[in-house]
Write a protein that binds this ligand. Sequence first.
Ligand SMILES: [Zn+2]
Length: 182
Amino acid sequence: MSSFLKHIEHVKPVTSSYIKLNGHKFYLGINDKIINSKIKKFINEKIKVFYNKKLHYNAPYIDIIGYLCDYNLIITDKNCGGYCDINNKIIGYKNGGLGTIFHEISHTFQKELGFFEKKQNIISEDIFIEQQCETMAYYLYNGIFKYKQITCKNFNSYFEIEDIKFLIDWYGDEKENDMINI
Ligand SMILES: [Zn+2]
């Protein structure tokens, strides 16, 4: 692996299988195939920021979020672990610890990388975005905490049918539901 990725080169690559639902690939776990080298380089650069700012495992979430993506943090009681409001630059947090925080920060990276510019107003595309985001969170977390590695099993949001149902409920009429018969 090139030295451009030196902060994530120790992270164990991940694979998983997928099933097809309504013609769309639905991965059953985080997967290297849904992130490309541009994403990996971006995460690598953000990890440099983390080190340069001398952040650590117990740093306040507001500092981690501030330095990695410059969003505001609010505590939420919505029906979720956390959420990312791209338009208002807010990360909402309820529970799940750093796994949730890094997931929501990864959405801001997706935004910066242009993934949110693509049409993402149908549920199947949103599922892909969530699965990609969770994979990014795995790399971000394990890239930063070289000596506190946690396995892909800890990054398990949006890989079960129940999660699709959650997204359909969460968005209501906001997104077209092309996963109607699952
Ligand atoms: Zn998400």
